[in-house]
Design a protein around this ligand. Structure first.
Ligand code: ADP
Ligand code: MG
Length: 411
């Protein structure tokens, strides 16, 4: 297949040629004709497979003469992705007279304000800053005819779902909506239902939800042994980078202190820490100075931390959506990761709702060498699932008692 077979405008074919693209990638081959027909499209394909051109080319082809406000809106989770996408759009639109602008947080408002006032055809944005501009009435989305939710899985991981919904509410109803994502976790299905009209789904390669790429494990334990078990777990598991989630700021402080006492390179982020401390912790975690980041859910929202090898839930999240957000940090795209959750007796109900939410039974695991105190969770059926020894789980070897081997070192 060749780009000229799509029937794209000459200005676009020239731009594609100038970029050195010889032939369309599989996601482009499938998405471009559907987008040109005006269909709503869900595209899932690995990172780096050319999703930007898959939506940019057909949208630029369809956008007509200048209107008063933007007619195309692309939402992106991070400023880096937003500016990359803006650059790509500018390159694809270079032989047209469309104007393309980007708005994202963390920089001044002046330049963005001026550009919005001057009028733009294609707007690329991160959700938070776009809402600021909407509040100031600098941008009106009622003329949007093409909406793209790009990198949707990361957008949800970062806690942007409420912002994204508020933005979509303001977009013109008569529009084409496309959603692109490396994975389609359950939380995205609700967004799809809500924002799209009879979408056509294109999946390149295997469809991967975090539930499939991530190995989930539950570690039942008595409340008073949680800290000891956490330490044993960290000794047991070969991780490269791990985020530990705690229910409260206080518990995050305690765990950070415990880990530091035990010679782990750890840092914590939560809302009582100064901006400077949080930035230091985050930068240190990203560049490998810290191997463990202890976080509360709220602090972890809106942070771009991708691709950790392990997520440990020191506390079971009370809402299944939070579990999905937390594990979204691992097992992205091709890589696999592990999500390990400490569970005490009173977590049984919360665990059941998580299992329902991810449509998966999570294996209960014991660390063989750990001296366990009794907990009701070890009794048959007490958490409503029968004895742990009875449950054999595909791909996990059951050895004496009910011990499942730890995750092997990868990469
Ligand atoms: P994704 O959004 O799927 O992660 P991008 O759209 O960012 O991927 O594209 C990844 C890289 O591949 C970019 O550098 C882009 O210019 C390049 N690319 C996209 N489509 C083609 C193509 N048809 N031929 C050659 N390179 C391409
Ligand atoms: Mg992309």
């Amino acid at each position: 297949m060749q780009f000229h077979e799509f029937g794209l405008r000459l200005a676009l074919l020239d731009a594609v040629q100038a970029m050195g693209y010889k032939e369309p990638t599989p996601i482009q081959e499938q998405a471009i004709p559907l987008m040109l027909e005006g269909k709503d499209v869900i595209g899932s394909a690995q990172t780096g497979t050319g999703k930007t051109a898959a939506f940019a080319l057909p949208i630029i082809h369809q956008i007509g003469t200048h209107g008063p406000g933007p007619r195309c809106l692309i939402l992106e989770p991070t400023r880096e992705l937003a500016s990359q996408t803006e650059e790509s759009f500018k390159k694809f639109a270079r032989f047209t007279n469309l104007s393309v602008s980007v708005v994202f947080g963390g920089v001044g408002y002046g330049k963005q304000r001026d550009e919005l006032k001057a009028g733009v055809d294609v707007l690329v944005a991160t959700p938070g800053r776009l809402l600021d501009h909407i509040q100031e009435r600098l941008v009106d989305l009622s003329g949007i005819r093409h909406l793209v939710l790009d990198e949707a899985d990361r957008m949800l991981d970062m806690g942007f779902l409420p912002d994204v919904k508020r933005i979509i509410d303001r977009c013109g109803k008569d529009r084409q909506t496309a959603l692109f994502s490396a994975t389609i976790p359950p939380a995205i299905e609700t967004l799809i239902h809500w924002a799209m009209r009879s979408p056509v789904t294109i999946e390149i390669g295997q469809r991967r939800t975090p539930a499939e790429t991530v190995k989930h494990m539950l570690y039942p334990v008595a409340e008073k042994q949680k800290k000891d078990l956490l330490r044993a777990l960290l000794d047991h598991v070969h991780y490269e980078s791990v985020i530990i989630f705690c229910r409260t700021r206080r518990r995050a402080d305690d765990i950070e202190a415990l880990l530091k006492r035990n010679n782990h390179r750890a840092a914590a982020i939560h809302s009582d820490r100064s901006q400077k401390d949080r930035e230091g912790a985050l930068a240190g975690f990203k560049d490998g100075k810290y191997e463990v980041l202890v976080a509360t859910d709220i602090a972890a929202r809106g942070l771009d931390i991708a691709d950790v090898t392990h997520v440990i839930n020191y506390d079971v999240p009370q809402h299944p959506e939070d579990y999905v957000h937390r594990i979204g940090r691992t097992g992205r795209a091709k890589a696999t990761g592990d999500a390990l959750t400490l569970m005490v007796a009173e977590d049984a109900a919360a665990v059941r709702s998580i299992e329902r939410f991810i449509s998966q039974t999570i294996p209960r695991v014991k660390i063989e060498s750990f001296k366990y105190d009794y907990t009701a969770l070890f009794d048959d059926g007490k958490d409503g699932r029968g004895s742990m020894a009875d449950r054999k789980v595909k791909g996990v070897r059951l050895t004496g008692g009910y011990y499942f081997g730890p995750g092997k070192k990868r990469r």
